[in-house]
Ligand binder design. Structure first.
Ligand SMILES: *[C@@H]1O[C@H](CO)[C@@H](O)[C@H](O)[C@H]1NC(C)=O
Ligand SMILES: *[C@@H]1O[C@H](CO)[C@@H](O)[C@H](O)[C@H]1NC(C)=O
Ligand SMILES: *[C@@H]1O[C@H](CO)[C@@H](O)[C@H](O)[C@H]1NC(C)=O
Length: 761
């Protein structure tokens, strides 16, 4: 007999589910979504590449699935779940399935099998910017590119907060006719701004709602519309807008707290099918060979389909070799500071003043001297970082508490821990790796985040003073602050790229510190996610995540103004026109206020206006990447799995990585040696333009360019040149050292600049 309460129960369950997950979604207009039952053991998921059947383009999705299933054991997986999780069409030739290692081994002898690799996890890259990039509503380039109108940006992330005013479609045109995507929200939530929203989770459809904030922040950074009066707790007030405020957004939820490669491939597969122009990816994993990296594999397909891919360089800097997302077909974006600080001032009992930052600036906090507590004074590392549980037994009641960065909790969580323990204020102290990169976070109590140099001063004062005290006061948002900007953020991922030594990574830097963008729930001291009705919230976060989203937005502007440019041409335009000097005219500095290496900045800091008119571009096509992959020494099966089509490297003219026609140059060279790299440029400037080569040679290396003059009689003409590197015996003792220089092609209208990074071997 049917249970009459069955429907009712289901409804209640779904309501409970929704209120459970912290949503501000008071009305639950989500479409019914098929949810997976058990998720099974994730370590037993494999991504399997199989030969592209020569008739695939004629096969319907169902036929492809049938073909893929022929590779699978006929039984259910160990946990009783379905074997097949995803049947891919565009991102790879293959599928994701639940398999044991033995089952994969058995499959390997099957005709048509190429290779398989275990699914793995990727981490999200988060720990007034259009104005800083010199884009104002009446600015020529913003206007000329019509704010990105007609371009679709796909954002692979944690989903989106659909009803946020940043995603209102006031003034937006209908999606372009090539758009084939869908929206898994109620149609009232998708509109002419948010034109698509899909979710993929462990082989199932998932509601694309953002329960984290990361995806809402990156989507609105790339393409949020204009929202007047945006601010974070009253700070950094202004009109908020993404970089391409008229571009359309398609959101692919492929991450919760982390992202699985198989879900990412499903998102990319869908984005290609839907017709996006640009992809924004703000998560990653430690550099691995490209054939074992689902993001590298999927983005190769996207690039081959003409989609520009912007990715984050990772937040594991300043460690050498920490750069992630380092394939040459994506733009790898590092994070830099902007010229805005939200200042909170710490005045010590001895009169010394220290400047810190905090987005939470309460008006009613008295700037009176209060006792300071330093739970880490006794050297216990959990207490140093104010990690959860470490303040038990420490008397912090009524005090300002010193907490170091690091440990299990974010600085905002540390504030909550301090507050819970009875503390009234907090000073977050940078360590020797973060140096001068403080973050203005939306803290839950009066706080100041200070530099390492100031942390050293603070600790010295704690040691000397018999009863140390401090007062915190708030100075609000300051622009054009004396601190050099842009400067590379401490956490920004650094080269050299492990998988890809021979191509400079990261490619470029863009705003990634204290970036204000849309957020699903309120932040700060009074935040109470369960009863919050105000949806127009914004948050200030830092990471290479917002940096990659910025560059995705800029790519959309360039795509709108140059629809015929390839992804590599757009990338070249951004890189060869990037700034190498900061706003004070000094070389861009790093977190230690020293001139930053190219291994931190790549080509430099993005300059959108100059990127619109680069003069020349270094272009790249699918066949170039195949030649490059064969040159890395990958096997035919490995290259085939990335290429989606059978490749025999023996019949490919393989090239060394440094020979890839990249807009930057990396060369490894020993003493008394010679090396030549060849590049091809295409004229996208005026017909009749003539360029002369200007070289700043890296120390210890003689550099010459032939020919050293290039003349283009027509638009779109190409020219080939060689760059010769010669060393003497004076570099003998410099093995492992890096020297930097640059090549500039200079006409009377353009300067086309390439960073040159030499490693002595
Ligand atoms: C597909 O490949 C198989 C085996 O290589 C071959 O026998 C068959 O004729 C091919 N089909 C087409 C349509 O080319
Ligand atoms: C601190 O981090 C731990 C581990 O990630 C987490 O379980 C805990 O909830 C965090 N504490 C706060 C106050 O968020
Ligand atoms: C310029 O050259 C590129 C690459 O060869 C080509 O794809 C493009 O269509 C050309 N554009 C024009 C306007 O001829």
């Amino acid at each position: 007999m049917e249970n009459p309460n069955h429907k009712h129960l289901l409804l209640l369950t779904s309501l409970l589910l929704i209120s459970h997950s912290d949503l501000i979604l008071t009305h639950t207009q989500l479409l019914p979504i098929v949810r997976c039952s058990g998720h099974g053991a994730d370590r037993d998921v494999y991504i399997v590449h199989v030969k592209h059947p020569n008739t695939t383009h004629l096969l319907a999705a169902a036929d492809r699935e049938t073909y893929y299933k022929t590779f699978l054991p006929p039984t259910a997986a160990a946990g009783g779940e379905q074997r097949l999780m995803y049947s891919y069409t565009h991102a790879i030739s293959g599928f994701a399935a639940r398999l044991s290692e033995a089952e994969v081994e058995a499959m390997a002898s099957r005709e048509g099998f190429v290779r398989a690799h275990r699914d793995k996890q990727y981490q999200l890259h988060t720990t007034h910017s259009p104005g800083f990039l010199d884009l104002q509503p009446d600015h020529c380039f913003w206007k000329e590119s019509n704010f990105g109108a007609g371009v679709i940006i796909g954002v692979l992330d944690t989903g989106v907060t659909p009803f946020h005013p940043s995603f209102s479609d006031a003034g937006m045109a209908l999606p372009p006719s090539k758009w084939k995507g869908a929206c898994d929200f109620d149609t009232r939530f998708c509109n002419n701004k948010l034109i698509g929203a899909r979710g993929f989770s462990r082989g199932c459809r998932d509601a694309p709602l953002d329960l984290d904030g990361h995806g809402t922040h990156t989507a609105s950074t790339a393409a949020g519309g204009f929202v007047n009066g945006a601010s974070v707790l009253g700070q950094a007030k202004g009109s908020a807008a993404g970089l391409a405020p008229r571009a359309q957004l398609a959101v692919y939820k492929v991450c919760d707290k982390a992202c699985f490669g198989s879900d990412v491939l499903a998102g990319i597969d869908q984005a290609i099918a839907d017709g996006v122009d640009v992809l924004s990816i703000s998560f990653g994993a430690r550099s691995a060979p490209f054939y074992d990296d689902a993001v590298a594999i999927g983005t190769m397909a996207a690039a081959a389909w003409g989609i520009f891919v912007s990715t984050s360089a990772g937040n594991e800097g300043p460690r050498e070799g920490s750069v992630e997302n380092d394939a040459p077909w994506v733009l790898t974006v590092g994070a830099s500071t902007i010229d805005r600080t939200v200042r909170s001032t710490v005045k010590l009992g001895n009169g010394q003043q220290i400047y810190g930052e905090s987005a939470y600036q309460p008006g009613n906090f008295p700037a009176t001297q209060l006792p300071i507590a330093y739970p880490g004074a006794r050297g216990i590392s959990r207490a140093k970082t104010c990690s959860d549980g470490s303040l038990d037994g420490v008397n912090v009641r009524g005090k300002i508490v010193l907490c170091e960065t690091g440990g299990a909790n974010t600085s905002v969580e540390k504030g909550a821990i301090v507050r819970r323990a009875g503390g009234v204020g907090m000073i977050v102290m940078n360590g020797p790796t973060e140096m001068y990169t403080p973050e203005a976070r939306a803290h839950v109590l009066p706080a100041a985040h200070v530099s390492y140099a100031d942390a050293v001063k603070l600790k010295a004062y704690m040691k000397m003073a018999p009863t140390p005290t401090a007062a915190i006061s708030f100075a609000g948002t300051l622009y054009g602050t004396p601190q050099a900007a842009p400067a590379v953020a401490a956490f920004s991922g650094r080269g050299p790229s492990a998988a890809n030594n021979g191509v400079l990574k990261p490619d470029i830097i863009g705003p990634g510190v204290n970036i204000v963008a849309a957020w699903p729930k309120s932040v700060g001291a009074s935040s109470n996610p369960t009863n919050d009705e105000s949806i127009a919230t914004f948050n200030m976060i830092s990471g290479t995540s917002p940096a990659a989203a910025h560059l995705a937005g800029i790519a959309a502007l360039l795509k709108a103004s140059h629809p015929d440019w390839s992804p590599a041409a757009i990338k070249s335009a951004m890189m060869t026109s990037a700034d190498t000097l900061d706003r004070s005219g000094n070389l861009i500095s790093d977190e230690g206020l020293q001139p930053a290496q190219y291994l931190a900045t790549g080509a430099g800091h993005v300059n959108p206006t100059k990127a619109d008119d680069p003069g020349l571009v270094y272009d790249l096509w699918f066949s170039d990447y195949i030649a490059y992959l064969c040159g890395l020494g990958y096997t035919d099966r490995q290259v085939t799995s990335i290429a989606r089509t059978g490749v025999e490297c023996a019949s490919v003219a393989a090239i060394a990585a440094e020979e890839l026609n990249y807009p930057t140059i990396v060369v490894a060279i020993g003493a008394n040696a010679q090396k030549t790299v060849t590049r091809t440029v295409r004229n996208v400037g005026e017909p009749g333009e003539a360029y002369a080569a200007a070289v700043d040679a890296p120390e210890g290396v003689a550099v010459s360019v032939f020919p050293d003059r290039l003349e283009f009689s027509g638009a779109n003409e190409t020219a080939v040149f060689d760059v010769y590197f010669t060393t003497g015996d004076d570099v003998e003792g410099r093995t492992g050292a890096v020297a930097e220089g640059q090549l500039r092609w200079v006409s009377n209208k353009h300067t086309v600049r390439s960073s040159i990074s030499i490693t002595f071997i």
